[in-house]
Design a protein around this ligand. Structure first.
Ligand SMILES: *[C@@H]1O[C@H](CO)[C@@H](O)[C@H](O)[C@H]1NC(C)=O
Ligand SMILES: *[C@@H]1O[C@H](CO)[C@@H](O)[C@H](O)[C@H]1NC(C)=O
Ligand SMILES: *[C@@H]1O[C@H](CO)[C@@H](O)[C@H](O)[C@H]1NC(C)=O
Ligand SMILES: *[C@@H]1O[C@H](CO)[C@@H](O)[C@H](O)[C@H]1NC(C)=O
Ligand SMILES: *[C@@H]1O[C@H](CO)[C@@H](O)[C@H](O)[C@H]1NC(C)=O
Ligand SMILES: *[C@@H]1O[C@H](CO)[C@@H](O)[C@H](O)[C@H]1NC(C)=O
Ligand SMILES: *[C@@H]1O[C@H](CO)[C@@H](O)[C@H](O)[C@H]1NC(C)=O
Ligand SMILES: *[C@@H]1O[C@H](CO)[C@@H](O)[C@H](O)[C@H]1NC(C)=O
Ligand SMILES: *[C@@H]1O[C@H](CO)[C@@H](O)[C@H](O)[C@H]1NC(C)=O
Ligand SMILES: *[C@@H]1O[C@H](CO)[C@@H](O)[C@H](O)[C@H]1NC(C)=O
Ligand SMILES: *[C@@H]1O[C@H](CO)[C@@H](O)[C@H](O)[C@H]1NC(C)=O
Ligand SMILES: *[C@@H]1O[C@H](CO)[C@@H](O)[C@H](O)[C@H]1NC(C)=O
Length: 667
């Protein structure tokens, strides 16, 4: 092809994402090319490092058994490692070891993904069979490593071997040509902190984390685990791909609770909703035809574990979110009878107390699930209220379900009353874990605020203030999973502080918990940890004593990416209130910042917000597609003009039609 044509094609490719170019692009962690090379040599033993050993080229001679080199890709990657054997003897052999955290850099073992054993060396290494033939070598697909930053190549014999051209071909988001092409962006400078770009960085960190969680449908983790040493990532994990899973390294499995955070993240960043649909359809297809129960997790892992009322409910919330974001009415029509049956499954567990009595007790890892549990009831409330909206919005006309809509609505109202009567402690100013508990959990309290189970702004603020008692040196430590920081529940807590108007507190939590995850040198300094202990060390606890193995922790877990959607939904204040954004809301939370901008594109067009806040003015521009309409809620009051015309503001709300608008409030 002529040079002109290739330049043109490159332009076309980079223009696919709708987000405008700008200073935020340097924080986008997705690589330019699917082939990524190590950025530096982290360490070595028994080899001569000289000017020939360039991290992204050059060659390494491993002279004898035990000699090794550890290469650092500089950020979280995942895919197939390839290299060239330049020379080898008939007895030469090598082994590859992978790890996310530098704490598990070892020539003799990777970090763990297959099984959380008591030892941290379950996965072992990938042995490259001897004799080695010179030339190009690529990792077998089933031994692909879904998430790592460090690669150690070691010799396992005394026959010298020279290797070069070491790279990783990214395997996540297989359907997307340009991984950097986003349909959304966010940018805000925060001059009050050491790193003024922190908020922008964390937005892109969350977006990239979820990208690493979108994988080919035949590249899931095998379960039951293969015997140690070993791992296999060739399980079929759903009905179609690409598919959204919980984590890059593991579980590489569909998990509905995780989607409660990950799906909003991908909505505001890549808009890559098809993998979310495939995950949801996978869960609905596995619905128990007799009871209506949905699985706790997708295959193959899901069939080895018991049921979960909360994760069942998260699949229903996932369906609501997917429809709200995509407007995919055809999918909803296919799914609605399974959906209503699944709501009925929960409704059948409501007893004389008016509350859901949890009998399928698996959950995100917390202790003390079961019975009249407040977290489960908060999630059930969200199911009732969003079911009402889901069916009222679109389906009533298609499916003649107005009776259902009324039923969901009145059940939501009764549940809210029962919830407050049962769980609210006016002494403590928070919700208790269950009817008899003296524990005030992070999950139920965060979700109660976020899902509007509170009945006044004062009550919501009391909960927000109460949650700070759990803040430690490295983040919010869940009382319902002692000694553990869970950025999954932290993602809901973060939103609860914004939702209750406690923006400064939200920003403080962001710096405390996500600042730790992004900067700590025990993680990958790019994507986000699944969880860690209260002293910041690696170790994610679980109520069933499942993963007592610090090498098993995932360093790229979509459930920890709450800041990405929170910055768009609250700091920009931009949300859609009906499918695809036919109606929308802009309600900025100034959060002590001088300015913020960003937006996203849906099939209807571009939604963009830009605001500045100074001592004498608040200025806002809103761009939305023609034909839509929305409400702007002003964070300040004063002399207000819209598109240059003075207006009287009723409360703080300004109804606007689609198009471009400039709003200015002068004090
Ligand atoms: C290693 O790299 C150097 C410099 O590029 C080159 O001269 C040399 O031939 C290479 N060695 C092998 C065995 O490929
Ligand atoms: C290489 O070293 C390891 C560890 O010392 C040892 O177990 C193994 O037998 C050695 N292999 C060879 C081929 O010498
Ligand atoms: C080096 O690796 C890349 C990426 O896998 C591959 O495309 C290329 O062909 C390799 N080079 C050689 C000389 O084999
Ligand atoms: C996965 O890979 C293993 C090892 O190569 C193989 O035995 C197994 O059949 C593969 N499973 C599937 C589902 O392809
Ligand atoms: C609904 O559930 C049944 C099993 O109860 C399943 O066979 C079917 O595929 C599901 N339908 C959809 C659209 O998910
Ligand atoms: C499921 O629950 C039963 C009853 O509590 C228990 O015996 C069994 O071990 C559980 N199964 C799994 C896979 O956890
Ligand atoms: C809607 O349902 C009601 C009650 O079940 C029924 O009487 C009515 O005929 C239905 N309407 C349509 C258009 O199907
Ligand atoms: C509302 O709750 C009642 C009582 O629990 C139940 O019978 C009914 O099915 C529920 N309605 C809907 C639409 O879920
Ligand atoms: C209520 O929660 C407490 C922990 O606060 C727990 O010990 C107790 O078992 C729970 N009760 C029920 C019925 O699950
Ligand atoms: C929250 O619930 C209250 C009633 O308790 C209601 O007035 C308010 O509109 C709800 N807020 C939202 C955002 O739905
Ligand atoms: C805000 O808008 C007003 C009116 O258009 C303008 O005079 C002022 O310079 C703007 N302030 C900032 C900080 O952009
Ligand atoms: C809004 O402004 C952008 C440029 O900032 C322009 O491309 C777009 O066409 C405008 N939309 C409308 C509806 O005027």
């Amino acid at each position: 092809m002529t040079p002109h044509l290739s330049v043109l094609l490159a332009l076309v490719t980079t223009c696919l994402g709708a987000a405008p170019a700008g200073p935020w692009d340097v924080f986008n962690l997705a690589p330019e090319s699917r082939t990524v090379y190590p950025r530096s040599i982290h360490g070595s033993s028994g080899i001569a490092l000289d000017s020939q050993n360039h991290p992204a080229g050059g060659n390494y001679t491993l002279p004898n058994n035990g000699s090794y080199v550890t290469l650092d890709f500089g950020f979280e990657v995942g895919g197939l490692v390839s290299l060239n054997f330049d020379s080898a003897t008939s007895t030469s052999s090598i082994a590859l070891a992978f790890t996310e955290s530098p704490e598990f850099i070892r020539p003799y073992a990777s970090d763990d993904s297959a099984n959380p054993s008591a030892s941290t060396t379950y996965d072992g290494v990938l042995q490259v069979p001897s004799p080695l033939t010179t030339g190009y070598w690529i990792q077998p697909p089933e031994r692909m490593r879904g998430g790592f930053r460090y690669l150690t190549v070691s010799s396992t014999s005394n026959g010298p071997v020279t290797i070069s051209n070491i790279s990783c071909t990214i395997s996540f988001m297989p359907h997307v040509e340009n991984l950097r092409s986003y349909d959304g962006y966010f940018y805000a400078s925060d001059p009050g902190y050491d790193d003024p770009d922190f908020l922008t960085k964390i937005w892109y960190s969350g977006a990239y984390t979820v990208q690493t969680n979108i994988i080919p449908v035949h590249a899931g983790r095998q379960y039951p685990p293969v015997p140690s040493p070993g791992w296999l990532n060739n399980a079929t994990i759903g009905i179609a791909g690409p598919i959204l899973v919980d984590g890059a390294k593991r579980d590489r499995t569909v998990w509905p609770g995780d989607m409660g955070v990950a799906v909003p993240t991908l909505f505001v960043s890549t808009q890559d909703l098809v993998p979310a649909k495939n995950s949801l359809s996978t869960l609905f297809a596995l619905q128990n035809p007799n009871t209506g129960a949905l699985p706790y997790a997708g295959p193959p892992f899901g069939s080895y574990i018991n049921g979960s009322d909360t994760y069942h409910a998260w699949t229903l919330i996932g369906a609501y979110n997917y429809f709200l974001y995509s407007g995919d009415i055809a999918w909803l029509k296919d799914t609605w009878s399974n959906y209503t049956k699944a709501v009925q499954f929960l409704t059948n567990k409501v007893d004389h107390t008016g509350l859901l009595d949890v009998t399928d007790t698996e959950d995100w890892g917390r202790f003390w699930q079961g019975g009249h549990n407040s977290e489960a009831n908060a999630i059930f409330y969200k199911v009732c209220s969003s079911s009402q909206r889901l069916f009222a919005a679109e389906l009533a006309t298609y499916l003649n379900v107005s009776e259902l809509v009324d039923g969901y609505s009145s059940n939501a109202t009764s549940l809210k009353t029962a919830f407050n009567d049962a769980f609210w402690s006016s002494d403590v100013g928070m919700y208790r874990n269950n009817l008899t508990s003296t524990l005030y959990p992070q999950d139920a309290n965060s979700l109660a605020v976020l899902f509007n189970l509170t009945t006044s702004a004062k009550q919501a603020s009391s909960v927000s203030a109460g949650l700070t008692q759990y803040w430690g040196e490295f983040g919010s430590v869940s009382p319902e999973l002692p000694d553990t920081v869970t950025p999954y529940i932290g993602s809901f807590e973060l939103q609860a502080h914004f939702a209750s108007g406690n923006d400064a507190r939200a920003i403080d939590l962001l710096h405390l918990e996500w600042g730790y995850m992004l900067y700590t040198n025990i993680s990958v300094q790019s994507t986000l940890l699944e969880g860690y202990t209260s002293n910041g060390s690696l170790y994610y606890r679980s109520s069933d004593a499942y993963d007592y193995d610090p090498a098993f922790t995932s360093h790229s877990h979509g459930w920890s990416t709450g800041p990405t959607s929170a910055l768009t939904f609250y700091v920009l204040g931009l949300t859609v209130t009906s499918p695809q954004g036919r109606t929308w809301s802009v309600a900025p939370h100034l959060s002590g910042l001088p300015s913020a901008e960003g937006g996203f594109e849906t099939p209807l067009g571009w939604y963009g917000v830009r605001w500045t806040s100074t001592a004498d003015a608040f200025n806002l521009t809103v761009e939305t597609p023609t034909g839509t309409s929305g409400i702007v809620t002003l964070p300040v009051s004063g002399t207000t003009s819209v598109d240059g015309n003075l207006v009287q503001v009723d409360g703080a709300s300004l109804p606007l039609s689609g198009g471009n608008h400039t709003i200015s409030v002068q004090f």
